[in-house]
Design a protein around this ligand. Sequence first.
Ligand code: PEP
Ligand code: MN
Length: 287
Amino acid sequence: MKDISANDLRDNIPLVAKQHDGHKSTVRVGNAVIGGEALVVMAGPCAVETPELTLDIAKAVKAAGATMLRGGAFKPLTFPYRRGFMMEIGEPGLAWLKAAGDAVGLPVVTEVMDVRMVDTVAKHADMLQIGARNMANFPLLIEVARTRKPVLLKRHFGASLRDWLGAAEYLYYYGNTQVVLCERGVVAPHTHEVTSRFIVDLQVVPAVREYSHLPVIVDPSHSTFKRSYVAAIACGAIGVGADGIIIDVHREPEKAAVDPLQALSYDAFGTLMGQMRGIGAVLGRTV
Ligand code: PEP
Ligand code: MN
C-alpha cells in the first residue's frame, strides 16, 4: 500500500486534504449536522421492506435518539437469488423511506447504485449513499456530485485511505463539497471466524483526521456482519473519535429481509444509544 505523500496532498487530493490544524468540515443534512460536536446516528433497516415496517422502525429509532433514518431500496446483494420474499423493493421503497422520515422528522440516507437512477434516488433522498462496492465507480461519483446532494461515501473493503480520499476528491472536483466518509470494514486474509467477513479498521478514523478535513463515520453493522459484535464496535467508533455511526435496526432482527444476522432490536439499539452518550460525553461530543 502506498502511503499518502506530501505530493498527494498537494497534487492529487488538494480539495479534501486538511489545510491547517483544526481544519474540519461539517455537512448539513436536513436538521442534522455531521462533523460538529453532535454525533450523527443514522439508523434503520438494511433494506426497506414495507411502508408500515419502515414507519415503525423510523418511530423506534427516532424515539431512541437517532438523528437520521437509513434504509436501502436498491441493494448490492452478494448473490442474485431471491427467497420468496422480495429482497430489493426498488423505486417504491424510496417514497416509503422518505414518507417515514418526514413523519418522524428524520432526514433519510439511501444508496444509489446505478448511474441511470441518480436523479430518481436524489428526488427522495436527503443524502445519497455510495456503497462500498461502488466507491471507485467514477462515472457514478461524477453524476452523484452533480446533484449537489450530501453524499455518504463508503470505503471499499479493499481500498487504502489514499484511494478512498481520491474518490472523495472526485466528488469535490465535480462540485459537491457535502461529503461524509464511512468506514465499513476491510478484507483481511484471516479473520477469526468465517461469519466475520470484514475487519473494522478503527485506526482509519484518526488517519482520516491526520490527512483530511472530511467528517468520518463508521458502520458497525456491515463491517462486523454479526449482531453480538455491533454494539462494541459502535462504542469503539465513538471512542476513536468518529463523527457518528450508521447502523442496522429492525423490529424483528432475525427476520430482516436482508442482513438478518447483524440488525439490532429496538431494545438493544436503545441500550447502545445510552452507552454512546456516555462515551461521547467523555470526549466532548453529544448524541
Ligand atoms: C448498506 O449500507 O446497506 C450496504 C450495502 O453497505 P456496504 O456498501 O458497506 O456493504
Ligand atoms: Mn445490508
